[in-house]
Design a protein around this ligand. Structure first.
Ligand SMILES: *[C@@H]1O[C@H](CO)[C@@H](O)[C@H](O)[C@H]1NC(C)=O
Ligand SMILES: *[C@@H]1O[C@H](CO)[C@@H](O)[C@H](O)[C@H]1NC(C)=O
Ligand SMILES: *[C@@H]1O[C@H](CO)[C@@H](O)[C@H](O)[C@H]1NC(C)=O
Ligand SMILES: *[C@@H]1O[C@H](CO)[C@@H](O)[C@H](O)[C@H]1NC(C)=O
Length: 353
């Protein structure tokens, strides 16, 4: 029982009854056997150079792994428990220090700003988290997150349907965009109790879905990039996205999600695999009736395949090169972050099960 207390006690904050009632001690022991690996995976992520989307994804991963009470999957995501999420705020602080004058976070790196309109916003939730967990810098955090929100609301280009474009110099929908922009808008709406913002976040996911959904070989799936300027798919390949049924039906013999299902390289990609495994565990924890054990069974197979590819440095492989979508890369900082999310989603599923 003691390991369970260590693993789940801080999450549940519940009574010993809940602890004793659990029947999944094998899963807990298995999770704990990976604690050294998780440390290395996290370290490879934090020690990487990071572009805007990697900074935000790393920040999201640290919140889920190390400060689960402040994760949107936790008990009190929108109010302070009195604890300062220090490592998360380290990442957020760097994102603000590198905020561009137009409001986008994590931009001033090297010579150029992002071509992306949405990627900087991926650090936005962590920055806003600072506004109510770090009293000393409260105004600083609030100001920076407001500037990032205002960029999305008033400065980023809009597509013909009113969606916020993923790109700054053209109007494009990218599947990746739904992780980068809408979650921050929704979180801002939740923290400030502003329903208009929650609706806007939902509408952007809906409009991206409308633009990107295509019939795939295993059901409806999302294509990667659609240009609203010339109404053509710039990358029609079905990329690893969050569509569980279609993706889970298409696993490689190694139990990984292919980089592209169609229109691109089909190698198993540990990065999107870890992301989708985490989504299945989260979905099953939140909506167990809709996502029963056939989802978590696949999530566990994928998880084991991802773990099987982690090397002595804690680095995942094979992973898609973050700068060249169809090629296997050496290090994906985003993939390292997704692995952290996979472990934390698995842990939270064990603890609530
Ligand atoms: C608020 O943000 C703006 C623009 O991002 C910046 O110019 C200003 O100095 C900030 N103010 C504070 C109090 O941090
Ligand atoms: C909600 O947020 C939007 C965008 O910042 C703002 O224009 C509006 O006044 C807010 N509504 C409320 C009720 O605070
Ligand atoms: C459509 O526009 C995008 C930019 O939004 C461009 O990259 C792409 O090459 C264009 N495709 C065609 C067929 O013109
Ligand atoms: C799980 O089972 C349900 C109900 O039979 C089915 O609709 C769904 O496609 C299955 N999903 C997976 C990933 O096996």
């Amino acid at each position: 029982m003691f390991p369970y207390l260590l693993l789940c006690g801080f999450l549940l904050g519940h009574t010993l009854t809940a602890v004793v009632a659990t029947s999944n001690s094998d899963e807990q022991a298995l999770y704990e056997s990976y604690s050294h690996m998780i440390t290395n995976i996290k370290s490879a992520m934090l020690d990487s150079m990071r572009a805007s989307w990697e900074q935000g994804t790393a920040l999201g991963s640290i919140i889920e792994l190390s400060y689960p009470q402040y994760s949107v999957f936790g008990d009190t995501p929108f109010i302070s428990t009195g604890a300062i999420p220090i490592s998360a705020l380290h990442l957020a602080l760097s994102a603000v220090v590198r905020q561009s004058s137009d409001g986008r976070l994590s931009q001033v790196i090297g010579d150029a700003l992002d071509g992306a309109a949405l990627d900087g916003a991926s650090a936005g939730s962590g920055v806003l988290l600072g506004s109510f967990t770090d009293p000393l810098r409260s105004a600083y955090w609030a100001n920076a997150s407001k500037a990032q929100l205002d960029f999305l609301l008033y400065k980023a280009p809009r597509t013909s349907t009113g969606a916020i474009s993923h790109r700054i110099d053209s109007k494009q929908y990218w599947a990746d965009g739904v992780y980068m922009g809408p979650p921050f808008i929704a979180y801002y709406g939740a923290v400030t109790q502003n329903q208009t913002l929650l609706q806007l976040a939902y509408d952007n996911c809906r409009l991206y879905r409308d633009a990107l959904l295509v019939p795939g070989p295993t059901g409806n799936l999302w294509a990667h990039i659609y240009s609203d300027d010339n109404k053509t798919f710039f990358d029609e390949g079905i990329w690893g996205t969050e569509i569980l049924d279609g993706e889970f039906a298409a696993l490689t013999p190694q139990n990984l999600v292919p980089d592209y299902l169609t229109g691109g390289s089909p190698f198993g990609d540990a990065s999107s695999s870890a992301a989708l495994s985490s989504v299945a565990y989260r979905a099953s924890t939140l909506f167990p009736d809709h996502f029963p054990s056939n989802y978590t069974d696949v999530a566990a197979r994928i998880r084991d395949a991802v773990i099987g590819g982690v090397d002595e440095l804690g680095v995942l492989s094979p992973v898609v090169d973050p700068l060249s979508f169809g090629v296997v890369g050496v290090l994906s900082t985003e993939g390292q972050a997704f692995a952290g999310m996979m472990f934390s989603a698995w842990r939270d599923w064990i603890c609530w099960d």
